[in-house]
Design a protein around this ligand. Structure first.
Ligand code: C2O
Ligand code: CU
Length: 506
């Protein structure tokens, strides 16, 4: 009796041990497999996705593991993809990055990061075709820093991403960016080293590229930012910022959303037009009244309005219902009270259709970018993590293209949270939302809000070789692993994530 009991007990132990091993071994395996080395090449990161390409790359760049592939003969390092290295710049700016107190009007200070002692840093204005040179000097940003030119489709080596296109600039170091400002529009620049911290702490500024002939009237920037501690500002001013303007003045307001969440903006006190989105003009933008416009994190919208002839002021609300606003009008003129808009302007059906310049129905590659969440390990940390096409960081898809490809990407979001998706180095046109084709002006974006449950189809021409990030611009999400890359056949980066420079792009 007793022996039988004993035997039963030991077999129970065996079963229990087997069960826990059966659980622990795969878990341990998953855990170990999720560990990210301290130093690696993005060329070895993730899972190559050729998008069913009709012109497949001749070799699999990922075959060699974390170090990336051994350079194939003829491979071009991204460091060769620079802007013009010679020639006198038309715009020549030096910005010095420092870790110090930021003074925000009216009278508040916050600890953060500055460029030339201010945050936002200097607004850089160039004319289309100008050669722009920006010398970044890091005086005291301890983790190192870079400048990424958000929305500017420039040569890859000037893209400012630590660990992909350069090493983070250490304290005492400097880096020179040189590029031709080819496309007029509203852009911004920000650190792409520990960006989820450094951008929030103030390391950013605005870049405006003006067309060859500048329209009459006022041209103002409205960079919206929330500093640590939650202080919401426009151009470093908390609350309302006044812009003096005579009655009847045409005004272009360049709204830049430098935060992690969407910005609902609207104009009270005058009708307005959305002249451009993400640095690309809208064709035939109609006048609208009492409509809100959603600007994704990282995105820009240029609003056109005329100050009323009766001498009253116009209020550009930067966050409907909030107190951050630009009040444009004669000195002391009362602005209208904040109002609830009648609804949101749908940019998918705004303006008039126009030629795209390429045929997305004849795509060479079609990618899926399906954003979800699932349990698992990321770098050894168990959790409910962001996934792309079912994969967790760093095993994310690497979208592989060849120069000249026409590419479509279907982005869908079943993660339960909104994601502002940002593609470096390219503008993509929105083809459809939830299967409904775009009917307005072509909407070219570099930053696109994809709400939970939404599916967007976008298209672009792969005409800017290199290795480009394609990530969520809720920078906390990016730091949590919502990051992929677009890589061109025959190009490779010599830089490392981690490595001696401590590169940490997100
Ligand atoms: Cu505005 Cu990858 O960034
Ligand atoms: Cu996100």
């Amino acid at each position: 009796m007793r022996r039988r009991w004993k035997r039963r007990r030991s077999s129970r132990i065996v079963v229990a041990v087997a069960l826990s091993l059966g659980l622990l071994v795969p878990l341990g395996w998953l855990w170990a497999g999720s560990l990210v080395p301290g130093s690696f090449s993005v060329m070895g990161m993730g899972h190559p996705d050729y998008g069913g390409g009709t012109r497949d790359p001749s070799h699999d760049m990922h075959a060699a593991g974390w170090d990336g592939p051994p350079p194939a003969p003829g491979d071009v390092p991204v460091t060769a993809l620079t802007g013009p290295r010679s020639g006198d710049p038309d715009v020549d700016v030096t910005v010095v990055a420092r870790s110090e107190m930021i003074s925000l009007a009216p009278g508040a200070t916050v600890e953060g990061l500055t460029l030339n002692h201010t945050s936002p840093g200097p607004t850089i204005r160039a004319r289309q075709g100008d050669l722009v040179q920006v010398r970044l000097v890091n005086e005291s940003v301890e983790r190192g820093t870079t400048l990424h030119w958000h929305g500017v489709d420039l040569p890859n080596a000037e893209d400012g991403v630590a660990g992909i296109t350069q090493d983070a600039v250490p304290p005492g170091g400097e880096h020179v960016y040189r590029f031709v400002a080819e496309d007029p529009g509203t852009y911004w620049y920000h650190s792409h080293q520990a960006s989820h911290i450094q951008v929030r702490e103030g390391l950013f500024g605005v870049l405006v590229v003006e067309p060859p002939t500048v329209a009459s009237g006022l041209d103002v920037v409205a960079a919206v930012h929330t500093y640590p501690g939650g202080r919401r500002t426009v151009d470093g001013t908390a609350g309302e910022k006044r812009v003096p303007a005579a009655p009847g003045t045409p005004v272009r307001v360049r709204v830049v959303n430098t935060d992690n969440g969407p910005l609902r903006t609207q104009v009270a006190g005058a009708p307005f037009r959305v002249l451009a989105v993400d640095g690309r003009d809208i064709d035939d933008p109609g006048e609208v009244t009492r409509r809100s416009v959603q600007v994704p994190a990282g995105g820009r919208a240029d609003l056109g309005l005329v100050t009323p002839a009766d001498g009253s002021a116009v209020r550009v609300e930067l966050g409907v219902g909030g107190d951050t606003a630009l009040v444009v009008g004669p000195d002391g003129a009362p602005g209208p009270d904040p109002t609830e808009p009648d609804g949101e302007l749908d940019l998918l059906a705004y303006g008039s259709p126009a030629q795209l310049g390429f045929d997305p129905t004849a795509a060479d590659r079609r990618f899926e970018y399906s954003i979800g969440r699932r349990p698992g390990f990321v770098d050894g940390v168990p959790g409910y993590h962001w996934s792309i096409n079912g994969r967790l960081y760093p095993d994310m898809p690497m979208f592989m293209v060849a120069e000249g490809d026409v590419v479509t990407v279907t982005v869908d979001n079943h993660s339960g949270e909104l994601h502002p998706m940002h593609l470096h180095g390219h503008h993509a046109v929105v083809l459809s939302r939830n299967g409904e084709p775009a009917s307005g002006s072509p909407r070219w974006v570099d930053s696109l809000d994809v709400a939970p449950g939404e599916t967007y189809e976008i298209a672009f021409v792969a005409d800017n070789p290199g290795v480009w990030m394609f990530h969520c611009h809720h920078l906390e999400h990016a730091a949590e692993g919502l990051v992929t890359h677009l890589a061109y056949r025959g190009f490779t980066t010599p830089f490392l994530i981690g490595g001696p420079a401590g590169n940490e792009p997100e």
